[in-house]
Design a protein around this ligand. Structure first.
Ligand SMILES: Cc1cc2nc3c(=O)[nH]c(=O)nc-3n(C[C@H](O)[C@H](O)[C@H](O)COP(=O)(O)OP(=O)(O)OC[C@H]3O[C@@H](n4cnc5c(N)ncnc54)[C@H](O)[C@@H]3O)c2cc1C
Length: 424
């Protein structure tokens, strides 16, 4: 039997620090004198894929962004003596095949697990492959969350007031250990036929995703423009470079942790000013937190399956919606922006979602699945949670959230600039 190896499955945490799974895997490999095999899978799964128009992954900006951050992380890790393999095989297949060849003592991965990953973890457990979930891409740690079950049963505000002062936020850098080079690396056991190419053009980039993008963005968003200090008043705009923080892509892809964002806000408040806007940005991060912990609790129930098949009329409406051809200006502009850039602002998300669900009477899961395919910042809990919330089907809020499109257009795009940008 061949020598055992230490397997590191990088998934939702691609930073060097904090990255507990990475640190633990390196330590484990050293202690047991085992070669390390670190990998990242760009394979995409989509829950309702078979009911959506056929995907074109080559042109899909969200898919390209995922590949881009993987290559960036590969370079960063290489500088610390760690080889990262990027694959388009599903992670579960990689792990199962490696295990078949070389029984694994431990697989390390980051703790943030969406419902798809939870399925994979369960499958690994069934095969007797031990997995250690480490660290986190959340503000509250798992232990704190387990101590707060009743706070999660309520609405967001109840949750927020319970957790906002908790001192359990893990500060970035708390677990920093040196990653000296000199590790042994296991051979990548798979043959590749088609190379994965990073095709994402920096020109297209509307969100800071890599470490270099992020440090330039912090400089601009905080220190050069003080845009954060007006966030509360600008965040509902449909567009505007510094109207909102644009951090969701890096958060979702794991190149930035919410703890690191809080540290940046703290620094800004200390050095410049603290006001309702700086506080509001922190508050929004708790929405992400809320949807995450509620989503973890719900598991598959988040999707509220079975989803009804579309009637021919609904299918025609959904097809027009996906193409940005509903005839409703701000909705069409938003859907075109989404496919073109992989991002739309929060208010535009609310409008296109409300329109599909309440004006077109299409089940909310179809729109959520379309977002899943196109958003760079796709996050299963935030996405399906927000959709269900707007539809009034969220287990924690049965009240529909309907937006009056004409009124919203007047409020947020009176000049028509946003519509002109995407409809011309
Ligand atoms: C229908 C719908 C689908 C959505 N799908 C996603 C998704 O897949 N991934 C995702 O990250 N966000 C999603 N959101 C939430 C929100 O729209 C985005 O997080 C935000 O627009 C990203 O831009 P930003 O980073 O500039 O946000 P900012 O306004 O600057 O907010 C800062 C951060 O707070 C968090 N946040 C803000 N609002 C929300 C919210 N309503 N729910 C959860 N977190 C929030 C995000 O992490 C965001 O990056 C969705 C919202 C709606 C209405």
């Amino acid at each position: 039997m061949s020598q055992s190896i230490t397997l590191l499955w990088l998934d939702r945490c691609l930073t060097l620090y904090p990255n507990d799974a990475l640190q633990a895997a390196v330590q484990h490999a050293r202690q047991h004198n085992q070669p390390l095999l670190a990998f990242y899978s760009v394979h995409r799964t989509s829950w309702l894929n078979s009911r959506l128009p056929a995907p074109n992954w080559v042109e899909n900006i969200a898919h390209q962004a995922r590949i881009r951050v993987a290559f960036d992380a590969q370079q960063e890790l290489a500088a610390h003596g760690i080889e990262l393999h990027i694959t388009d095989l599903p992670a579960i297949e990689v792990i199962a095949q490696v295990h078949q060849h070389t029984p694994l003592q431990m697989v390390f991965t980051d703790a943030y697990a969406d419902v798809y990953k939870v399925d994979n973890l369960r499958a690994l457990e069934e095969r007797g492959i031990p997995v250690q979930r480490m660290g986190s891409n959340t503000l509250l740690d798992d232990t704190t969350r387990q101590e707060l079950p009743d706070a999660l049963v309520g609405r967001f505000t109840k949750f927020y007031h319970r957790v906002k002062h908790l001192p359990t936020i893990i500060k970035p850098g708390a677990h920093v250990q040196s990653l000296e080079p000199g590790l042994l690396h296991a051979r990548w056991p798979f043959e590749r036929t088609e190379p994965i190419l990073p095709t994402y053009q920096p020109m297209q980039c509307v969100l800071p995703l890599t470490q270099a993008d992020l440090s330039a963005w912090w400089d601009e968003y905080l220190w050069q423009t003080d845009a954060i200090a007006a966030y509360k008043h600008t965040r509902n705009q449909p567009f505007g470079r510094t109207a909102f923080s644009r951090l969701s892509g890096a958060l979702a892809l794991g190149t930035l942790s919410p703890q690191a964002i809080c540290a940046q806000i703290d620094a800004y408040e200390e050095q410049r000013q603290k006001n309702a806007s700086t506080e509001w940005l922190r508050y929004e991060l708790y929405w992400r937190e809320y949807f995450h912990w509620v989503g973890e609790r719900l598991g598959d129930r988040l999707f509220q399956a079975p989803v009804p098949a579309l009637t021919p009329q609904q299918q025609a409406k959904f097809t027009a919606w996906c193409a940005g051809e509903t005839g409703e200006g701000i909705v069409d502009a938003g859907l075109r922006e989404l496919c073109h850039t992989g991002f739309i602002s929060n208010r535009i998300r609310q409008l296109v979602a409300s329109y599909l669900v309440h004006d077109m009477a299409v089940p909310w899961q179809y729109g959520a699945a379309w977002f899943e395919r196109h958003l760079i910042d796709f996050d299963v809990h935030s996405n399906y949670g927000n959709w269900a919330y707007i539809a009034g089907r969220h287990p924690l809020s049965a009240e529909p959230h309907r937006f009056d499109i004409a009124w919203q257009t007047q409020q947020h795009d009176a000049s028509g600039a946003y519509r002109a940008r995407w409809l011309s």
